[in-house]
Design a protein around this ligand. Sequence first.
Ligand code: NI
Length: 176
Amino acid sequence: MDPDRYVQALIFAASAHGGQHTPHGLPYLTHVCSVAAEIVAALQAEPGRDEDLAVSCALLHDVVEDTDATLGQLEVAFGAAVAAGVSALTKDVSLDKPLQMLDSLDRIAAQPPEIAMVKLADRIINLGPPPPRWSESKRLRYRNEADRILDRLGHASPHLARRLRGRIAAYPPDPV
Ligand code: NI
């Protein structure tokens, strides 16, 4: 992995997400870096991937969905493969809400496996402690969604599939 590329993507994500916070009130970059940490561990467990593609997309996976950053900017800064990966990881808000995730999963499945790895890593991190205001039915829905992600994309990384399966089984985790 090229550390200069990592830092470039981190700085792009930091300036795009600006003052955004996670549902737990932490700077949004903690989410992004947590997803990247899952990816780095998976790349060590399963060598032979395009490490820069996986790590760049991990750090940038939410910038188009959640900020003013555009796919065009990503393509200029990081190349077409990263822009295409982030595009697949971005929900199409012109579709009805229930279709948005299935459509994104279809588009991720058509990308290189590194992009599916980012989606698996994102859901592993998001299956930490749920935000306190989430109702039981919302938590259940979220866990069912994770089952669908695992079914559809788990083949891309046995390591991440195993971790996601563990998180699903333990969700919601006991409060700390
Ligand atoms: Ni995310």
